[in-house]
Design a protein around this ligand. Structure first.
Ligand SMILES: NC(=O)c1ccc[n+]([C@@H]2O[C@H](COP(=O)([O-])OP(=O)(O)OC[C@H]3O[C@@H](n4cnc5c(N)ncnc54)[C@H](OP(=O)(O)O)[C@@H]3O)[C@@H](O)[C@H]2O)c1
Length: 261
């Protein structure tokens, strides 16, 4: 996404926890990379400090993209895993947005929050990830109205599955053997399902980046943008079909995922 923004002529401030190995061209004067963890207050402070020192005239667009998936049944997750999922996927965007609003207001900028298909559909083995993205959706939808009179546009991106490092970076329960045999069987089904998906050619995330850049360049943005057929089908199921029908279909899909061989 950073490359697409640079190609479109933007000045970019990007963050990563691995600045030494990100592969970006440090000689580009329109790119600044900060090595920080957005889930820590010191990391967010580094960003806000940079903006105050270098971009005090205003920020045109904030993209809250950092996120990861916590997999596993709720009963097998530690309190730390549960809280960390929300620290990265929810509290980091909340607090970064709050602290950068001063600069976004100055130029009537944009906020683009990267949610997920699991921001409007719950799935087994993904309860904490879905909960964190549902929370992000509630925040973003509220800000869409709250910030409208300030001229700040707000958008949720709801991608389906795209081939990134997401599956590799997924966090699993630390001690799966402690869970019941049924949970172990379900986790194994869920893993098989992920493996099956990974064995197929994945969708290129450049499509998401291209859409995000084009939204950032527009005067107006819709509240929600779904990217991918999978997310559009599930949205149709969840929001258009009668609730009982949708629940039945989604339960069947969930069952098939957990029983994957
Ligand atoms: N891939 C999909 O199928 C998919 C579908 C729907 C939604 N999404 C969402 O898309 C977003 C991007 O994920 P991705 O698919 O690109 O996965 P990814 O390849 O695993 O990348 C995750 C990104 O989040 C950053 N990140 C994670 N924790 C961080 C932290 N504590 N502080 C700073 N940065 C952190 C990582 O930065 P560093 O590792 O460089 O620090 C990396 O840039 C996430 O919000 C994810 O929930 C992905």
């Amino acid at each position: 996404m950073v490359d697409q923004f640079l190609s479109a002529g933007w000045h970019v401030l990007a963050t990563t926890r691995h600045a030494e190995a990100d592969g970006f061209d440090r000689s580009n004067v329109r790119l600044q990379i900060l090595s920080c963890n957005v889930a820590e207050s010191a990391g967010r402070e580094t960003i806000v400090q940079y903006v105050a020192e270098h971009w005090s005239e205003g920020v045109d667009c904030l993209i809250n993209n950092a996120g990861y998936g916590q997999a596993g049944p709720l009963e097998a997750l530690t309190e730390e895993q549960i809280r960390q999922q929300f620290e990265v996927n929810f509290f980091a965007p909340v607090l970064l947005t709050r602290d950068l609003l001063l600069y976004l207001r100055k130029v009537q900028g944009k906020i683009i929050n990267i949610s997920s298909v699991l921001g409007f559909v719950g799935m087994p083995m993904q309860s904490m990830y879905a909960a964190s993205k549902f929370a992000l959706e509630g925040l973003t939808e509220s800000l869409y109205y709250e910030l409208s009179a300030h001229g700040i546009k707000v958008c949720l991106i709801e991608p389906g599955g795209f081939r990134t490092q997401f599956a590799d970076n997924m966090v699993w329960p630390s001690d799966e053997k402690q869970t019941s045999p049924l949970y172990q069987q379900q986790m194994s089904g869920y893993r098989n399902c992920l493996e099956r998906v990974r064995a197929k050619p994945g969708k290129n995330p450049d499509e998401v980046a291209r859409i995000v850049v084009s939204l950032a360049n527009r005067n107006s943005m819709p509240l929600r943008v779904r990217i991918g057929d999978d997310t559009r089908v599930l949205y149709y199921l969840r929001r258009t079909l009668p609730q009982q029908v949708a629940d039945r279909v989604l339960r069947r899909i969930s069952g098939k995922i957990l029983e994957s061989k």
